[in-house]
Design a binder for this molecule. Sequence first.
Ligand code: AMP
Ligand code: ZN
Ligand code: FE
Ligand code: FE
Length: 282
Amino acid sequence: MRIDLHCHSTASDGTLTPAELVRAGAAAGLDVLAITDHDTTGGWDQAAAARPDGLTLVRGAELSCRWHGAEPAIALHLLAYLFDPAEPLLAAELIRLRSDREQRAEKIVEKLRADGVPITWAEVQEYAAGGSVGRPHIAQALIRAGLVGTTTEAFASKWLGARYFVPKSDLDVFEAVRAVRDAGGVTVFAHPRATVRGRVVPDRLIVELADAGLFGLEADHEDHTPAEREQIRALADQLGLAVTGSSDFHGTHKTVKLGAFQTAPEMYEKIVSAATGVPVLG
Ligand code: AMP
Ligand code: ZN
Ligand code: FE
Ligand code: FE
């Protein structure tokens, strides 16, 4: 079984529509694909409607979270699977996160414009096309304006990485774990050791999160070194957590291919067995 549990579509900052994503998953030989857009379930219905026979669809999201145990607080991502999207608390939080993304992206655009960068908020909104807006959409405007050549370049410290960085408000990570559980879903800590993205959390937070109901850790991810993947496996083993692997596919906003990293079938089965919010489709 080929299982990829972390993929983005145009419902957030991927470049394939949800329908194209599930078709591309089948074409890449996947048996299971999870759609996990940032802070939204907006792609679920289109992905479900276009799901090819033979591809199992796991509906999920990647939640923008924050741990307030460090000063300043550390941003992190939680993958949430198979939760009930109608559960009021979680649904309200997703709306809040997306609206904060809009305000934050607009502030970043204003900062860039104040320095004479010729991009507009309307243009960025057009790239986001009604989905969760993120820095990759601003990167697209910077590429169009000829200021950078690639998305990765746009994340350098002189651009979106630091100089024009504005934080999001995000969701407290413990509240997120609880809200997803209360909605019948399962949480997996996405790329927990991805130092390329900034500061990472200490092991003691992962221990606390395991106590609070976190279900798993994403070990196999392009942003982890082989040594980091092993450390995560050992920690998961020690804490009784599941481990996953996934591409974190973003279409042409990243170079990684669908199925580049995969989750073992027994880990996938564990996730499915633990979730009660919505069923897998397929
Ligand atoms: P945001 O959610 O708006 O803070 O933007 C973060 C998103 O940008 C991540 O989910 C990645 O998809 C993408 N991203 C972060 N760092 C990089 C990078 N160095 N190069 C390309 N994409 C990145
Ligand atoms: Zn992304
Ligand atoms: Fe992420
Ligand atoms: Fe992601």
